[in-house]
Design a protein around this ligand. Structure first.
Ligand SMILES: Nc1nc2c(c(=O)[nH]1)N[C@H]1C(S)=C(S)[C@@H](COP(=O)(O)O)O[C@H]1N2
Ligand SMILES: [Mo]
Length: 277
């Protein structure tokens, strides 16, 4: 995963002052309402239909009938994503240190020696614990990809870590019958969703299984050739470059599997649950 793909220059100037993510969220919600109009839904339904629609109960801030359309779109893009798409990679010399963004769930001190990755087997209450060394016995994958924040900035970063798919192939905890995960040939009893949380449970993200098993979804322990620093998520963070930064959970504590979308910090604040780009 080293070849360079020509892509437009990253948007946003890292020196610009940060806009609060919440402000961006409010704008994103306004934008997504406009894009429904762009879909022609309002036009088809007419004004009466639109009034009916916006009077419907909401789910994640979006009227429920539209949420269904979005979910269907999400499933379609999930299938596309699984089969073909890779995030562009860059020359390693383009890598920069990203600014520290977001510290929810990182407030307490962390003792790296005492840290464990805790994984709950699908459909059972058993928790299995892993050390960082356990994760590092898996093939080390390096890639130089763009970290894109919903605030509008993006930075090229060189990451290293283990594929989550390799982890779940070696430790078959995502299938009810204990089958190794195989992205090419997923077994019917594979969990449809993965939930990942910080050790204190204060930050949490959900992924569909196709995204979790994507070849660029890493349990990451190095940034730009150095072990992760605490503010960037030491000892282990998620990197999944087809999704916005909000999904790149820093300081992984637990991984669990679910039949329905796991809770997601930014989705609860109204942002798109998939957060792909
Ligand atoms: N635990 C935790 N992980 C997190 C966040 C957070 O607040 N807490 N913020 C996310 C957001 S919004 C972004 S853009 C990236 C930024 O990663 P960086 O600080 O390494 O640049 O981390 C993500 N992971
Ligand atoms: Mo972000």
């Amino acid at each position: 995963m080293t070849e360079e793909t020509p892509v437009p220059a990253p948007a946003g100037n890292p020196q610009e002052p940060l806009r609060p993510e919440a402000e961006v969220l409010a704008e994103a919600r306004r934008r997504s309402r406009r894009s429904f109009i762009g879909l022609g839904l309002a036009g088809l339904a007419g004004l009466a239909g639109w009034n009916w629609l916006i009077s419907q109960p909401t789910e994640q801030g979006i009227p429920r009938p539209l949420r269904k359309v979005l979910d269907a779109n999400g499933r379609l893009s999930g299938a596309y994503f699984k089969e073909t798409r890779l995030a562009p990679e860059f020359a390693r010399s383009r890598a920069r240190r990203p600014r520290v963004n977001g510290d929810v769930g990182l407030e307490s001190e962390l003792d790296p020696a005492a840290w464990r990755l805790r994984v709950q087997a699908y459909g059972s209450n058993t928790l299995q614990e892993f050390t960082l060394a356990d994760v590092q016995t898996l093939p080390k994958i390096e890639m130089t990809t763009e970290l894109k924040c919903i605030e509008g900035w993006s930075i090229v970063v060189h990451w290293a870590g283990a594929r989550l798919s390799d982890f779940l192939a070696k430790h078959p905890l995502a299938s009810r019958a204990g089958r190794p995960a195989d992205p090419q040939n997923p077994s019917a009893d594979l969990a449809p969703y993965v939930g990942i949380e910080t050790p204190d449970g204060l930050y949490y993200v959900g992924l569909d299984m196709a995204s979790a098993l994507h070849p660029q979804t890493l349990l990451c322990y190095e940034m730009n050739g150095q072990p992760l620093t605490p503010e960037h998520g030491a000892p282990l963070r998620l990197v999944t470059p087809l999704k916005y930064g909000i999904k790149h959970l820093k300081r992984i504590g637990t991984i669990a599997f679910a039949d329905a979308r796991p809770r997601d910090y930014w989705a609860e604040l109204g942002y798109d649950w998939d957060s792909g780009h």
